[in-house]
Design a binder for this molecule. Structure first.
Ligand code: ADP
Ligand code: MG
Length: 647
């Protein structure tokens, strides 16, 4: 392994960008000055030489050193996009792809979507001219469907590789393969942490290029072990904040935040004011916000986990890894010495946190990816070149599920229906539901349901001072049948209002979520022809809509037993989420969109079904016998608590 190591160079303080609006020329110059001040800049030539010399290069550098925004620009300047060739730079997160592309477009003085663009699911901001394409790793994966050898790309940069998302991991295997028969393709694997040796080994001992790191030290503070002390400290802080609240900008940043809101976190703080950025782990490495001096790290992250034995996927709040904690601490101290307050003990850090996060591929369902790989003609998944292989049971279950959905035949080959399912950029069950809407002549409604499910952020909002109003507004949308129909109802009424924001405001509905649902719906509608589904409406016959949903989600079913809800196949105990329109109804049979494990295994977005529908839509999966109800006569009317009882 050739390594390029240099002593750390401390850079001078960057000019904090103050308020008087600079002229365009000044702005341009200051942007170029910032570019030159980035840690990667002194290595520009050395880096380009290394890229010229090696097909695969692993690039390691602290967050904020300029990997994402600078390296693709250097390649552009160096002529890697001549003759219409493109450079792809992948990001695990949508927000990062959008925000970084916007930043680079500004640095290059071009309109976003021209030379520089981004492409994320349901949103393509690129054109024929786009040479630098920032995209989610999932989008590059889909790119393989239309261009299996990525022939129009001269460079593929897999960024944030250390995040080890499912899509990034799959990309590794595919790109390694493409690189073998496209020697002129350059592959860059960029990563923030020290785990680069793994990547190097995987890519046949590719050299590692290190961009030296951090500029200022960060003091790390742990909480004491006394809980009371911690509470006192927090209360004290809140009290002190009380009088200062006007000077404190509180800005959230998370994956589904719309871009206008995202932009706000990057705006300079007015003089005298302070800024608090409340972030999910997106701010861990994907985004760099200037001027952060203090980091509060609660030590948790939301993580997907998957149990292949039960087929249950859940989103849980779990302790983060040491690697994550160190990344978080690193957010402080970019412009001056920083402090990181860890809301856990040094002991917990040492003994309770895992060294690194388990790669997503080992804790997620693989239906989507297996379907994609099958459509790429990769049949032998057991021998696919995985950086870390997924659990055998998970692969097997994915194959089984795709078989049950009719995407694969008994030989594990892609069926016509499977090929169509892969065309739609959504989970296999959702694709199946959309395909089934043809049979039940209700694609208009199903498109809406699908779009609303894809948005997957809250549709309703509950301002603290208007809880009762908000809850009433929500209940007003309830329709017999369940939550999917409620989503349909909200969207339909909103469409009838002329997609009005005022209507949303009056009904305590999130306008932004709705706008996104509308975008998603349009995109999906545009794909219907390709999958041979015609537009049709159920004309109010919601049974048809419910059956089409069942055709996709017959895997996610639960029945009411004497001891509450149990999933039909695995007999797991599950609960209806208190926000569901069916919470008090407690229907005997239902399907759910997803399971979320918080205090309990909650089913979110549930729909009442009839057991006979399961035989109708999935006769190969269900036997009449297992759908009989042994104690149907003595069924208790209700077993769950009412909403009021839960508080
Ligand atoms: P890396 O990929 O190595 O973490 P980036 O290329 O993302 O680094 O960031 C380099 C620098 O670019 C950051 O330190 C920051 O100053 C600037 N930057 C990045 N994104 C933005 C943005 N959206 N707005 C303003 N500045 C940004
Ligand atoms: Mg980056």
């Amino acid at each position: 392994t050739i390594e390029f190591v240099r002593a750390t160079q401390l850079q001078g303080d960057e000019e904090p960008s103050g308020p008087p609006p600079p002229t365009q020329a000044q702005q341009k110059e200051s942007i170029q000055a910032v570019r030159r001040s980035l840690p990667v800049f002194p290595f520009r030539e050395e880096l380009l030489a290394a890229i010229a010399d090696h097909q695969v290069l692993i690039i390691e550098g602290e967050t904020g050193s300029g990997k994402t925004t600078q390296i693709p620009q250097y390649l552009f300047e160096e002529g890697y996009t001549k003759k219409g060739m493109k450079i792809a730079c992948t990001q695990p997160r949508r927000v990062a792809a959008m925000s970084v592309a916007a930043r680079v477009a500004r640095e290059m003085g071009v309109k976003l979507g021209n030379e520089v663009g981004y492409s994320i699911r349901f949103e393509d901001c690129t054109s024929e001219r786009t040479a630098l394409r920032y995209m989610t790793d999932g989008m590059l994966l889909r790119e393989f469907l239309s261009e299996p050898d990525l022939a129009s790309y001269s460079v593929v940069m897999v960024d944030e590789a250390h995040e080890r998302t499912l899509h990034t991991d799959i990309l590794f295997g595919l790109i390694k393969d493409v690189a073998r028969f496209r020697p002129e393709l350059k592959v860059l694997v960029a990563s923030a942490t020290l785990d680069t040796a793994r990547f190097s080994t995987f890519f046949d001992d590719a050299p590692v290029f290190r961009i030296p790191g951090r500029r200022f030290p960060v003091d790390i503070f742990y909480t004491k072990e006394e809980i009371e002390a911690a509470c006192e400290m927090l209360q004290d802080r809140c009290r002190r904040l009380g009088s200062k609240i006007r000077e404190l900008l509180v800005l959230p940043i998370y994956a589904n935040l719309p871009s206008d809101m995202q932009a706000r976190i990057f705006q300079p703080t007015p003089p005298g004011a302070r800024k608090v950025v409340v972030a999910t782990n997106i701010a861990e490495t994907s985004l760099t916000i200037e001027g952060i001096i203090y980091v509060l790290d609660p030590g948790f992250c939301k993580q997907k986990s998957y149990n292949p034995r039960t087929g249950m996927e859940s989103l849980t709040i779990t302790p983060c890894s040491k690697a994550s904690a160190n990344q978080r601490a690193g957010r402080a101290g970019r412009v001056a010495a920083g402090k990181c307050f860890r809301l856990y003990t040094a002991w917990a850090y040492q003994h309770e946190l895992e060294e690194t996060t388990v790669p997503e591929i080992q804790r997620t369902s693989l239906g989507n990816v297996v379907l994609l790989l099958k459509s790429l003609g990769i049949h032998d998944l057991m021998h696919f070149d995985f950086l870390d292989p997924p659990p055998y049971e998970t692969l097997l279950l994915a194959l089984e599920q795709l078989y049950a959905l009719g995407a694969l035949n008994h030989l594990g080959e892609l069926t016509t229906s499977g090929r169509k399912m892969a065309e739609l950029p959504v989970d296999p069950m959702l694709s199946k539901m959309i395909l089934a809407s043809e049979k039940y002549s209700c694609s208009e409604e199903i498109l809406t349901v699908a779009a609303m499910l894809c948005v997957n952020s809250s549709i309703f909002y509950r301002p603290k001072d208007k809880l009762v109003h908000a809850d009433n507004a929500r209940v007003n949308f309830f329709l017999p049948g369940g939550d999917h129909l409620v989503l349909l109802n909200v969207y339909t009424q909103w469409a009838e209002s002329g997609y009005s924001s005022q209507w949303c405001y009056e009904n305590f509905v999130q306008f932004r979520s709705m706008r996104r649902a509308r975008d998603v719906r349009e995109q999906l509608e545009g794909l219907l022809e390709r999958v041979e589904v015609g537009l049709s409406s159920c004309q109010g016959d919601y049974i048809r809509v419910r059956k089409a949903i069942t055709a996709g989600y017959f895997y996610h079913t639960a029945r009411l037993t004497r001891s509450g809800y149990r999933t039909v196949k695995q007999r797991q105990t599950v609960f209806i989420h208190p926000n569901s329109s069916l919470f008090e109804e407690q229907p005997r049979w239902l399907l759910y969109h997803e399971l979320v494990l918080t205090t309990k295994e909650f089913m979110r977005q549930v729909l009442e079904i009839e057991s006979s529908w399961l035989l109708e839509v999935a006769p190969h999966y269900y036997k009449a016998k297992e759908l009989e109800d042994p104690h149907s006569k003595k069924m208790p009317k209700k077993t769950g608590k009412t909403r009021e009882e839960l508080g």
